[in-house]
Write a protein of this length. Structure first.
Length: 696
């Protein structure tokens, strides 16, 4: 371990002092507002939704060490085909940035950006095995933060609901992912059969995407909305790249200096670079051109395209809250410096902007009581995450391009900040950026037809992250601001320390939202074939993936098992078998061992009683002689050795209620080390629970 960077400690400043004193980093007025009951009426009590999409951080990169989430202590991390687990990427383990070999006196705020485009994203994903991160991204991909590095972000997760199964929409970069946020789709580049998987829209000559944005549908339905942004919006307002808004911008710019500017980014860059007189002239010409637009287009320009001066986003939001003009839907677009992007920003810089937004809501608790604030990241910047993303079965309509799944992409952080999500919960429901539109659909009744059928089945609508019964939270202690931004000392690529060890995840569990999944998987070996039967008794489809680590499977199989249905896969086995099934919220079934005349040592299956929170473990001996097995159940602390006679079945009952519905059963054979069966997961009963108590 290297010495902690002195510059890092100085940079944290007030944030470190506040943590040491046990104080909160949230605004004082906001803490008081948190103690208020939400507006009545459930979902209908929501009057404002604020959407703030930040830039380029993966979930493990930020929250691998956070208590009670699927992080670095995740017992269900998948194995690698070459040995070890996905935490070991070509000999490199996740490591804390401040412990990097080359950390020295560098500020951990200013690590550099990594490759994060469609080609290298597919390379890291590696047909679904997710074992090629270092080759695709470099060793810095494994760098991570902990609570002492990003205390403000950790406090948001501790006070509200953090989603640990929120994935970016595409295994690609910024613009395609933001297309999903504003429209539910990233279709094709104009006039081509090239799927919009890159940042082509940034070019001033780009014709503009021709499908509808969700904001256009809101306009048609009479629902108010606004984009709040600055002259420098870091090209993060993707509405500008859609034909409807692009045509409005081009009409306006034609009246500015004889049409000298190709797009609004060129124009506002000239504004930023100009002296006082030049700036005033450009802005006056823009205003004059906007005034000539038809009323509907003029209103769309003001809502979608108007940008404010440097440092004004927080003030725009505060003014709207204070004046009672905050619209139903607000999109916050940060400047480059406030974007949290590792190439131009920093975690603490962006925390200060989030602080301003929360402070504005705290100063006006009557608005806070009616507001849902959704803060997420567009993509992962090439930083590692250990949870393989759900992808559609091969050939799924609208979800494949050049033989590859369009999405989902790797996990990214998502905080649900609202009076209905206070309490430090984790939600492990599967979400992506289309979930934001799905939530708006549920709330406004305005529906888009551009979200694919697969995404509507595979991902949720965010309503499950909130408790609309409206329970109040306790008041929190006073706060300090996140702290000053440290002096910029240059970007750097952290490299692993000489002595590597997986960062320790914080101990303990956290409250968990109820989930709509009740998956099950039975792995049976018959005639040298592994038969995998998947089922789901939940209210929503459950995404399950089947991995064959012994039979030469080219890529994992994926299935979205609908409620009260089942699917079957058959995998060829040779002299041994090794099959794993994964599902939501750390659901896992493993079966491995040698085959003798096509028969396994034992067939083990489970039966799940979600209501009574009981797991039945049935062990069948298909061979001609008795077998000696050891059964260990972490949940209710059972550890027994038993002999199963030929042709008979031994049944055990595991009480998962002891661990709030969590079970973890391992069956091994002392005399046959290669044999192993493992079943773990959570029994859902439609009630809040806790996160998994089982760790690496």
């Amino acid at each position: 371990m290297t010495e902690i960077s002195r510059r890092h400690l100085l940079g944290l400043g007030a944030a470190t002092a506040a943590l040491t004193a046990g104080q909160s980093l949230l605004p004082p007025s906001f803490q008081k507002a948190m103690a208020l009951e939400p507006a009545p009426g459930g979902l209908a009590g929501v009057k404002h939704v604020v959407v703030f999409m930040q830039e380029n951080r993966s979930f493990d990169h930020y929250f691998g060490t956070l208590r009670g989430v699927a992080g670095f202590g995740d017992r269900t991390v998948l194995p690698r085909r070459k040995g070890g687990t996905l935490f070991e990427q070509d000999g490199v383990l996740p490591f804390l940035v401040r412990e990097a070999r080359d950390a020295g006196d560098k500020s951990i705020e200013y690590i550099a950006s990594l490759p994060h485009t469609w080609p290298d994203g597919q390379e890291a994903w590696n047909a679904g095995w997710c074992d090629n991160w270092v080759k695709a991204k470099g060793r810095s991909t494994m760098a991570a933060y902990d609570r002492s590095d990003i205390p403000f972000q950790f406090e948001l997760a501790d006070k509200f609901t953090i989603c640990d199964a929120y994935f970016c929409s595409m295994n690609a970069g910024t613009s395609p992912n933001r297309n999903y946020l504003v429209s539910g789709l990233s279709g094709f580049e104009p006039g081509s059969t090239q799927r919009a998987v890159m940042n082509d829209a940034y070019a001033a000559s780009h014709a503009g995407y021709d499908w509808k944005t969700y904001t256009e549908l809101l306009t048609e339905a009479g629902v108010s909305w606004q984009v709040m942004q600055e002259w420098d919006n870091y090209t993060d307002n993707n509405l500008e790249f859609f034909r409807h808004y692009k045509d409005i911008a081009r009409t306006v710019l034609a009246g500015v200096e004889g049409g000298a500017f190709g797009d609004l980014t060129e124009f506002y860059n000239a504004v930023i670079a100009g002296d006082g007189a030049r700036r005033a002239s450009l802005l006056a010409q823009l205003d004059a051109a906007v005034a000539t637009l038809p009323e509907g287009h003029r209103l769309d320009f003001e809502r979608a395209l108007r940008r404010g001066p440097e440092g004004s986003v927080g003030r725009q939001f505060r003014d709207a809250v204070a004046s009672g003009t905050l619209p139903a839907v607000t999109h916050i677009v940060a400047s480059a410096a406030d974007s949290e992007h590792p190439s131009v920003s920093s975690p603490i810089q962006s925390a200060n902007l989030t602080y301003q937004i929360l402070e504005a809501l705290g100063d006006h608790p009557e608005v806070w009581r009616e507001t849902v604030f959704l803060l997420m990241f567009d993509e992962y910047d090439g930083y590692f995450d250990h949870v393989p993303q759900p992808v559609p079965p091969a050939g799924t309509a609208d979800e494949y391009f050049e033989g590859l799944p369009v999405g989902l992409g790797p996990r990214v952080p998502m905080y649900v900040v609202s009076p209905w999500s206070v309490g430090g919960y984790v939600s492990s429901e599967v979400f992506d950026h289309t979930s934001v539109i799905r939530f708006l659909e549920e709330w406004t009744g305005v529906r888009t037809d551009q979200i694919s059928a697969w995404r509507r089945a595979a991902v949720g609508d965010l309503t499950g992250t909130m408790d609309f019964a409206g329970t109040a939270a306790a008041a929190m202690p006073r706060t300090t601001q996140p702290g000053p931004v440290p002096a910029f000392t240059g970007r750097w690529m952290p490299t692993p320390p000489k002595e590597q060890a997986l960062p320790v995840q914080e101990p303990g569990t956290r409250l968990a939202r109820a989930l709509p999944y009740r998956p099950e998987a039975h792995l049976r070996i018959e005639g040298g074939t592994v038969r995998v039967d998947l089922s789901n008794a939940g209210e929503r489809p459950a995404h399950l993936a089947v991995y064959d680590f012994a039979g030469g499977q080219e890529r994992p199989e994926h299935a979205d098992v609908a409620p009260r249905s089942s699917q079957r896969f058959e995998l060829a086995a040779g002299k041994e078998y090794s099959t794993t099934v994964t599902g939501p919220n750390r659901f896992r079934r493993d079966a491995s061992g040698p085959l003798e005349s096509g028969l396994p040592l034992a067939q083990v299956t489970t039966g799940l009683d979600h209501g009574r929170r009981l797991v039945t473990v049935a062990i069948f001996n298909p061979r001609a002689k008795a077998i000696l097995l050891r059964v260990q159940s972490a949940g209710d602390a059972q550890d027994r050795t038993l002999s199963v006679s030929p042709g008979t079945t031994h049944t055990l009952i595991v009480d998962a209620g002891v661990q709030n519905g969590w079970y973890d059963v391992v069956v091994t054979a002392p005399e046959v080390p290669a044999f192993r069966f493992w079943a773990t997961g959570h029994l859902e009963n439609d009630q809040p629970s806790i996160s998994s108590p089982f760790r690496l």
